[in-house]
Design a protein around this ligand. Sequence first.
Ligand code: CAA
Length: 386
Amino acid sequence: MEFALSEIQQMVQETAKAFADNELLPIAAEIDKSGQYPASQVQKLAELGFLGVAVQERWGGAGFDNLSYAIAMEEISRGCASTGVIMSVNNSLVCDPIKKFGNDEQKAKWLRPLAQGKRLGCFALSEPGSGSDAAGMRMTAIRDGDDYVVNGTKNWITNGKEADVCILIAHHDPVERHRGISAFIVDRRESPYKIGKVEDKLGIKGSSTTSLVFEDIRVPVANRLGEEGMGFKVAMSTLDGGRIGIAAQALGIARIAFEEALAYSRERSAFGKVIGDFGAIREMLADMATEIDAARLLIWRAAVAKDHGENYGSMSAMAKLYASEMSARVCHKALQIHGGYGYVKEYNAERHVRDARITEIYEGTSEIQRLVIARETQRRFATGKG
Ligand code: CAA
């Protein structure tokens, strides 16, 4: 396995880091406080090509690989976790399935403006009564002539308020379970579904999380993504890629928490020396640094496997499982190193704890990642590849 980054990957890393240092880190606390959507920062992400990192240039993207995407996601999320998830959803949950399953007309109409950042996307799978059990959804999209008529409510939709293109997963045949599910590109300008409840969250406050309400909304058959009945597979394979993005988001949050704790440990004195010279603090810092690097290796392995066209679902589940739980541990330790200052809003440590927490839940909880990993491990064992 090659550990050196290519020139392009290094350029992506440097560009994303400079953007995070100059444009995101200075405003991240304010975004958290106000809950304001970072519109101008998202616009600048678009100008940098970061809303369609792994989309081919002919379809409006930057034309880089998935490792570049993971690298950029880490740096952007280090600067601002809210901006990170806005970017992640547009790239992995919206551009990626259109790139993989869409036809040329669909790519021209939606992928190009999405990758260019002229439009923004969201991904609608979960419902009020179904999250982990994705196939247990109730939303229906029933064929009527040249349209499907959609009814139901989707929940926990990142970018729900701002997005005007939605990847929607719904039952075209409510009797079947996953085989009765299809995927659609819903254009809010043409099929005006409603924005429902806007959630008041613990963290990532600059990104909106809403429900979406569909009441007899007509979606043209031409908007179906893939064949009828393929929607569950579209959703699952989309989430395989999405989990790399969220793992990288978790890694970026852990990194900034670690960097700030390290700096604080060199400034703060107690008992006549800086606290970073105490063994207890050094042990924490050593564990944090090690876990951050371990998570990055898992993320890069999954991204490279995706770039090589390998079956990477279990690798991305491992990357997300480890990176999200690692991020929670690292942010917890970073707060602890700050002592009482870690618990108040004057410092960023408490924000990182809040921002990291969601990475253990969205795009598949840690419990679902363990299920995916265990199934693949058992399958490999049963087929003698274990
Ligand atoms: N790629 C392609 N196909 C897949 C697949 C994958 N990764 N995983 C499963 N499938 C296929 C299977 O092969 C099977 O097809 P066949 O019947 O033809 O063989 C079919 O899908 C059903 O598979 P399962 O029997 O494994 O399905 P299941 O009902 O047991 O569910 C699950 C599997 C892994 C638990 C799945 O439901 C899951 O991932 N749940 C979590 C959902 C999730 O991550 N939600 C997050 C929503 S997005 C979000 O967070 C919002 C946001 O805005 C950020």
